[in-house]
Design a protein around this ligand. Sequence first.
Ligand code: SF4
Length: 565
Amino acid sequence: MRVNLSDLKVNVEDMPREYQGLGGRGLSSHIVGSEVPPKADPLGPENKLVFSAGILAGTTVPNTGRLSVGAKSPLTNGIKEANVGGSAAQKIARIGFQAVVIEGCAKELTGLKIDKNGATFFPAFSLKGAGNYELIEKMRKEHANNISSISIGPAGEMRLRAASVMVTTPDFHIRVASRGGMGAVMGSKNLKALLIDDTGCNAVEAKNKEKLREAVAALSKAILADPLGPGFRDIGTPVLVMIINSIGCFPTKNYSLGQFGGAEKISGEYMAELMKKRPNAQPSHRCMDGCIVSCSNVYTDENGEVIVSGLEYETIGLMGSNCMIDDLDSIARMNRVCNDVGVDTMDIGGAIAVAMEAGLLAWGDGKAALSLVKEIAKATDKGVMIGNGCKFTGEKLGVKRIPHVKGQCLSAYDPRGLKGLGVTYATSPMGGDHTSGIVLPNPGNPSYNPGSPTGQAAPSQFMQIYMAAVDSLGLCMMAGMPLLDPIPQSSLISCISAFTGEPLNANYLENLGKSVLRAERRFNDAAGFTKKDDRLPRFFLEEKLLPSGNVFDVPENEIDGVNRF
Ligand code: SF4
């Protein structure tokens, strides 16, 4: 479905031949790559905002309901895809669409609702300035309870570079397509909310139902066999706090240390104990129907009021240890404000830490950090600065050590001890990002040394290709990670083959991932990116990370070969 907001016209078209077989990130990146001029203003009418369901969305294949949100990014100025759980992608697929492409810009703040009868616009000026929590409640009351809501908060309306897009879960918590300023693009199009209602729509059917049933059973078994699965189910992604801290790669004090003295107090284990004492807390929660991992959670206060769902590792790393804040409630409250105003907790956490380095507020001061985040909605000078993310804030305050690549704040893993991930940060077309090719030590591969200066390009390349394919399927990363070996991977390929009715060979995922990365790389090259943009900030190369003493010393000629195929 193509929606032109400039003239409020809607077109439904068959999938063009060049996009056939694509979904999720693959489809959004091919559309943006072919249809958006690489030098276009990311906040102008030439940019397109693509909401794309994964290839397997709406099927019975577990964990495949992620929604890809793609556009040219106002944060990186390159191509971007941010994917998110929630119920929107499954509903888009059930209505019968692979993607909704938003073109042009509306004259006034607008809402759009899509259901089995097509698309209708509704005025949204009454929602001007509304936070996402208020908006979602209103939409639930005014429209059927069966909707999924995709929305922006005040930060998106203000077109701040770290603005995110929020998507509701089946039980109306918020999940976030957080990275790259996709909320600013939505705001530039004057689109406040996109509602998806699949009432009266049938389940998505496979071409070969029997084969799909068998393949899903084998795939589910492989996902559930992941030795890390119980940790993610019982403690959630914060289980990583103590693991990453123990290997000395937990970003601390604006990436100046790899271990945080207060790590235990913000760890997943501590959080799980705290939740036992708090009414309504859920240590295990599913952000979408069909999830069999349940890595999310619902974090409440002492009275049982929900603060946020879920409180995730990356937020704890960037807003916690990286700011020297060792209090989960403070981090959760900042997370809630970010969700409400609609910004990325990672880039905002990075921005607060550089502001602390500049002396704007004290290290570890959770109260001051929370009031700074609250300033975003008030549009004060400081709020606008923070809302534009880590790089903007660091440059404005004259900070030299800004942990970003291509304008996007790094994730919560220090690249000096995890050098394969450092190569991903440097070379991903997405900018500093772990999900586009996470490389971690793996007991199944004891010969891999994450601290060695050489041998890092190949694992990063492998994971970037794999994740580009995973993101195109709509598969959640937590379910994709246990499928790296050929046997479980063959069940995944069998699922796709049974669904599409096409025979697929063992190279299917590799070919898919490469085609996505090629399209993204081509766009970024044409937008003006060069090898110089595929570099980590100098301080990672020069400053020793304590306590290990590591620096990032992967040779440039190794880095330069990545994603050039
Ligand atoms: S594993 Fe976590 S992120 Fe993935 S679908 Fe389930 S709850 Fe969502």
